[in-house]
Design a protein around this ligand. Structure first.
Ligand SMILES: *Cc1c(COP(=O)(O)O)cnc(C)c1O
Length: 486
C-alpha cells in the first residue's frame, strides 16, 4: 500500500528559486502577532521525483475507463474521446474570465448557442437551457417550470405521478419542489407504466395532478411503450410530462422525445454527451422544453441578435430565475459540442444502436450461462439481473460484485433499482468491443462455478485489490475525515 505523502517526506526540496533581490516581506509588520502561526506547518518535503511517483502510484490504484469495461448501469460510463478533453483545455476557453463582457466572449457564447441549437434538434424541443449543473438540478428546474406553468394559470396543482421504475432522484425532486409524489406500482405490469394505471390516478386526483415524471427508458432499461398514449390522456387535463433523459444514450439520433409527448426533460451531458464523470463532477443537466413552457426557463438565456451572441434576461415575471452562478459548467459544453460535431447525426444514431446491441448481446450471453433477468421484457441500453437465486448458497449481489473486482474488472450497479431483489444493473455502453464483452462474460462464468463449488471465496472478496472488503456501514456512520498517525 502506498504511504501518505507526509510519511514519505524526506526533507528534500522539490524546487529551486533564485535568491531574493528585493527586501523580504515582513509579516510581523502587517498582521497582529497573536494571529501569526507560531510553529512550522510540517508539510511533506519531497523531491519532484518522489512526489510525482507518489501521485502516479495513487492514480494507478483507482479503476477507470482507460483500464477496462466500466458497466455501471444508469451511469453510462462510456469512452470519452480524448480530443474532447484537448479542445476543452484550449487556453482560449480555459483562461477566459467569467466576468468578461459578452462582446469579448463571442467564441464561448457561440459554443453555448451552437450546442443549444443541436440539442433542440436532437430532442425535438423548442428551447434549451444549459444552466443546470447536474441531472438532478435539471429535474428540479423542470418541475419548478411545471409548477410555475400551473400557478401562472391560477391553478394550485400539487401532485406529481412517478412510476416506481423511475430514478430515485425523480420523487426526491418533486418533494424538494414542494409537491407530493404519488408512486405508481409497475410490478404487475412487468415494469412498464400502462395507460390504464395512469387513468386510475386521473380518476382519483383529477386536476390536482401537475404532471408525470418518467424515466425513459426506465431504470430497468425498458422503453415505456405506452408513453405517447399516457401523454395524451394527461394532456387532456393539462398535466405536463417530465422525462428524465439520463438514459438518452439508448435513443439519441433515433427518437425525439418531443414526438412522444414530452413537454420538458433533461439530458445528462456527463453521461450521453461524453464528459468524464464519477468522483462527483462537474455535471451538466441541460433541459429542453416545448414552446408553451419556454418563458419559464431559467435566466439568463443565450440569444443571437444581429449576428452577436448575448446572455439576456427575459420574461422575468415568468422565469424560474437563476439556478447557478455564471452559465453552468462551460467546459462540458465544449466537450458535448465537439462530440456531436465529430459524430454528426448519423454517428449519434449509430452510437445508441450499438449501445442497445451491446447490452442485448451481453444480456443474452449472461442468460445463456444461467443468470436471470429481473423482468423478462425487451431491454434497451441496459438490463437488470436478479441474483436472488444465489441466496441458497448464502451469496448476495454484493459478494458477486466484490468478486468481479478480483478479476480486474469493474462491477455493475448493485441494489438499484429498488424494485428488483438483489439487483445487478449492467450497462456496457457502445464503447466495448465483442472481445471485451466476451471477456466480461467469462468472469461471470468463473464466478458462477465458484458459487456452486466454493461460495466461501466470494464472501471474502475482494482479495486482489489494494483494499479488501470494507465495512460500508461503519465507514458511513463513523466518518473520520482527519488523518491520524496510528
Ligand atoms: C444519473 C441519473 C440521474 C441524476 O443525474 P445527476 O447528474 O447525478 O444528478 C437521474 N436520473 C437517471 C435515470 C440517472 O441515471
Amino acid at each position: 500500500m502506498e504511504k501518505l505523502s507526509i510519511q514519505i517526506s524526506s526533507g528534500a526540496i522539490g524546487f529551486s528559486l533564485p535568491d531574493l533581490d528585493v527586501p523580504a516581506f515582513n509579516l510581523e509588520d502587517k498582521i497582529p502577532s497573536h494571529l501569526l502561526r507560531k510553529s512550522p506547518l510540517n508539510l511533506p518535503q519531497t523531491s519532484e521525483n518522489e512526489v510525482f511517483r507518489h501521485f502516479f502510484k495513487l492514480s494507478q490504484l483507482n479503476y477507470n475507463i482507460d483500464k477496462g469495461i466500466y458497466p455501471l448501469g444508469s451511469c453510462t460510463m462510456k469512452y470519452n474521446p480524448k480530443i474532447n478533453e484537448e479542445v476543452a483545455r484550449h487556453p482560449k476557453f480555459l483562461n477566459i474570465h467569467p466576468h468578461s463582457l459578452d462582446e469579448f466572449s463571442q467564441g464561448c457564447l457561440a459554443v453555448i448557442y451552437e450546442l443549444s441549437e443541436l440539442l433542440k434538434e436532437i430532442l425535438g424541443m423548442s428551447e434549451i437551457s444549459l444552466q443546470p449543473v447536474a441531472g438532478a438540478q435539471g429535474e428540479l428546474a423542470g418541475i419548478l417550470i411545471i409548477s410555475k406553468y400551473h400557478r401562472t394559470k391560477g391553478e394550485k396543482r400539487n401532485i406529481v405521478l412517478v412510476p416506481d421504475s423511475a430514478h430515485g432522484t425523480n420523487p426526491a425532486t418533486a418533494t424538494l419542489a414542494g409537491l407530493s409524489t404519488i408512486e405508481i406500482k409497475t410490478i404487475e405490469t412487468n415494469g412498464i407504466l400502462r395507460a390504464k394505471l395512469v387513468k386510475e390516478e386521473i380518476n382519483k386526483y383529477g386536476e390536482r395532478i401537475a404532471g408525470l415524471m418518467i424515466t425513459n427508458p426506465n431504470t430497468l432499461g425498458i422503453f415505456e411503450e405506452e408513453i405517447y398514449e399516457i401523454s395524451q390522456i394527461l394532456h387532456e387535463i393539462d398535466a405536463q410530462i417530465y422525462m428524465d433523459g439520463a438514459n438518452m444514450n439508448a435513443l439519441v439520433g433515433n427518437l425525439k422525445p418531443a414526438k412522444f409527448g414530452i413537454d420538458v426533460m433533461h439530458l445528462n451531458l456527463h453521461k450521453t454527451f461524453s464528459t468524464p464523470h464519477g468522483g462527483g463532477g462537474p455535471g451538466s443537466g441541460a433541459i429542453g422544453v416545448k414552446y408553451h413552457l419556454a418563458k419559464f426557463l431559467p435566466n439568463p438565456r443565450i440569444k443571437k441578435i444581429d449576428n452577436e451572441y448575448k446572455l439576456v434576461y427575459e420574461d422575468e415575471e415568468f422565469s424560474i430565475g437563476r439556478l447557478h452562478s455564471f452559465y453552468g459548467n462551460f467546459s462540458m459544453f465544449v466537450r458535448a459540442l465537439v462530440y456531436i460535431r465529430m459524430l454528426s447525426s448519423e454517428g449519434l444514431k449509430f452510437v445508441s444502436q450499438i449501445a442497445v446491441l451491446n447490452a442485448n448481446y451481453l444480456r443474452k450471453k449472461l442468460e445463456d450461462i444461467g443468470y436471470r433477468i429481473s423482468y423478462n421484457m425487451p431491454t434497451m441500453h441496459e438490463f437488470v439481473l436478479t441474483l436472488k437465486d444465489f441466496k441458497k448458497y448464502n451469496v448476495r449481489a454484493l459478494d458477486v460484485a466484490k468478486r468481479i473486482l478480483d478479476y480486474g474488472y469493474h462491477s455493475p450497479t448493485i441494489y438499484f433499482p429498488l424494485i428488483v431483489e438483489e439487483a445487478f444493473m449492467i450497462e456496457p455502453t457502445e464503447s466495448e468491443s465483442k472481445f471485451s464483452l466476451d471477456s466480461y462474460v467469462e468472469v461471470y462464468q468463473k464466478i458462477l462455478d465458484e458459487i456452486k463449488e466454493n461460495p466461501e471465496i466470494l464472501l471474502n472478496a475482494p482479495i486482489n485489490t489494494p483494499i479488501g472488503r470494507i465495512d460500508e456501514v461503519k465507514a458511513a456512520k463513523e466518518l473520520k475525515v482527519k488523518w491520524q498517525d496510528l
